[in-house]
Ligand binder design. Structure first.
Ligand SMILES: [Zn+2]
Ligand SMILES: [Zn+2]
Length: 212
């Protein structure tokens, strides 16, 4: 297996920015650049890599707040989230200021994503799944060959994403996790947006929100 990843915790929210790369081709992407951009770029350069793209799971500030700064240094395409999160990216200047983050300008991604889209890093294809509930436009990235799921703030170790934010929906979240994620192979590794990694099988058996 030559798909590799490194989790880089950023912002006061300890968001898991993920550096993902194909060791064979040297192609690299950054997922959820929430902030601490110089640190993220240093971690990327340390491995001899250059980001060729940014992928976003959703529009919350701790996942998207560093994108504009990154784009000022690297002109790379930004894929995601789903267009239903456009209101969050539009409000980034106010929201970052409100939370005491470095103020981010609003931006529009190069490409909004939809259920069934495919993204590639090197030789690895990731399937896009739309999982609304935490935010209406939240997407996750699934690589069947690498048995890897980038879950953003949908699914965490023994818990699930908050749904008390604007346009959150608990029933939507549970329904989409159950129908789209719990059906994946049990040993699929789950990289969550915060905290430790887990697997689909572990969550199926132990996540108190997903029993029955
Ligand atoms: Zn979030
Ligand atoms: Zn988050």
């Amino acid at each position: 297996m030559t798909l590799r990843y490194e989790i880089i915790a950023v912002t006061p929210f300890r968001q898991n920015c993920t550096l993902l790369w194909d060791d064979e081709t040297g192609d690299a992407v950054l997922i959820d650049v929430g902030g601490d951009v110089p640190f993220v770029l240093a971690e990327t350069a340390k491995r001899g890599l250059k980001p060729a793209a940014v992928w976003l799971t959703h529009g919350h500030l701790d996942h998207a707040g560093g994108v504009a700064e990154l784009l000022s240094q690297y002109d790379v395409p930004v894929s995601g989230p789903h267009q239903d999160d456009a209101f969050l990216l539009e409000q980034l200047p106010q929201i970052t200021a409100q939370y005491g983050f470095p103020v981010s300008p609003s931006f529009e991604p190069s490409r909004w994503l939809q259920e069934g889209d495919t993204l590639k890093v090197g030789n690895y294809a990731f399937e896009v799944m739309h999982i609304p509930g935490h935010t209406p436009g939240h997407v996750v990235f699934y690589c069947k060959d690498a048995e890897l799921l980038i879950a953003g703030d949908v699914l965490f170790y023994e818990t699930i994403g908050r749904t008390d934010f604007p346009r959150g929906n608990h029933a939507d979240l549970i329904r989409n996790i159950t129908s789209k994620l719990l059906v994946l192979p049990e040993h699929t590794m789950v990289l969550a947006g915060h905290g430790r990694t887990t697997t689909i099988g572990h969550e199926k058996r132990n996540n108190p929100f997903l029993q029955g």
